[in-house]
Write a protein that binds this ligand. Structure first.
Ligand SMILES: [Zn+2]
Length: 294
């Protein structure tokens, strides 16, 4: 339609004079360029959407591991249960349990390898995957093409999913909503150190722009942060923050609770039994000593 309209107008204008013809041609070229650019932008959007979140066929999936079989049969229905055994071996488990994951491409780097024939280029892409409700994973992939590297990175990130403990540990705010972290924590990567501090409600993310998506994908709204070391390497910076979030669930107290749960013993009962046994032993020893003295 547009092309026809322009052609008709062009004929009319061409009759007039040379100056006007030149002006008109320039305008026509501009309009044409705009149309081409619009189409290209739409194509790029479509391709990025498709590659970031490819459709997953639930019925066609044939699980290879025992965990996968349990997930497909419905025995395991939540992410927390699936992550209890440690690292996952199949990315399809996350696809099955999380139909709409939040994905963000964090870092894209072009790498070169020099050979006899010349230079070989390849891409290293890293991405983070989260659910906005206390789970996050980071992974990277390498390939000659950028899109295939991206797909690899997302699959790898799904395998490295971890659970993040959230809470409200700020003394300025005493609510029971999980909007921040429960206590101060430190994470490391290379020479980089990241310290995360709980913040009151409504403060926002007081952190660098490079690590803000990590908190958005985990579901933390308020936090303070301190950094030491070289923060200009983006990937190390993000790995250090995720390490800090992972350290939240590495405390001794958490270990104690996990052990108790595995034994299926009530925590209070366990403690009382121990103390009562100890008291009984002590009293028996005292009685013996007293008898010996007499
Ligand atoms: Zn609070």
């Amino acid at each position: 339609m547009l092309a026809e309209k322009f052609a008709r107008e062009k004929e009319e204008r061409l009759r007039r004079n040379k100056f006007q013809r030149r002006w008109y041609d320039r305008e026509y070229q501009k309009e044409e360029q705009n149309i081409i650019n619009d189409v290209e932008v739409k194509k790029k959007q479509y391709s990025s959407e498709r590659s970031l979140n490819p459709p997953f066929d639930r019925d066609a999936w044939i699980p290879k591991t025992e965990l996968g079989r349990k997930v497909k049969s419905g025995e395991i229905s939540t992410l927390d249960e699936a992550l209890k055994g440690g690292q996952l071996l199949e990315p399809e488990i996350i696809d099955f349990l999380l139909p709409e994951p939040l994905i963000k491409v964090v870092d894209v780097k072009k790498t070169t390898r020099i050979t006899r024939a010349g230079r070989n280029y390849s891409f290293r892409v890293s991405a983070i995957v989260g659910d906005g409700n206390g789970h996050i994973g980071i992974g990277s992939g390498k390939a000659i093409e950028k899109l295939t590297a991206q797909e690899k990175a997302i699959q790898n990130a799904k395998l490295n999913m971890i659970y993040v403990k959230r809470g409200c540990g700020s003394w300025e705010c005493n609510c029971s909503v999980e909007h921040s972290i429960p206590y101060k924590v430190v994470g490391k990567c290379a020479s980089l150190r990241v310290e995360l501090i709980p913040a009151p409600r409504g403060l926002g993310l007081a952190a660098s722009n490079t690590i803000k998506p990590v908190f958005q994908l985990v579901g933390i709204q308020d936090i303070w942060s301190k950094t030491m070391g070289a923060t200009d390497t983006d990937l190390n910076f993000i790995i250090a923050t995720i390490d800090a979030l992972h350290n939240l669930s590495k405390t001794k107290f958490q270990k104690y609770i996990d052990d108790e749960q595995s034994k299926n013993v009530d925590k209070t009962k366990y403690v009382l039994q121990d103390s009562s046994e100890k008291k009984a032993k002590e009293s028996s020893i005292k009685e013996k000593n007293e008898k010996l003295k007499k």
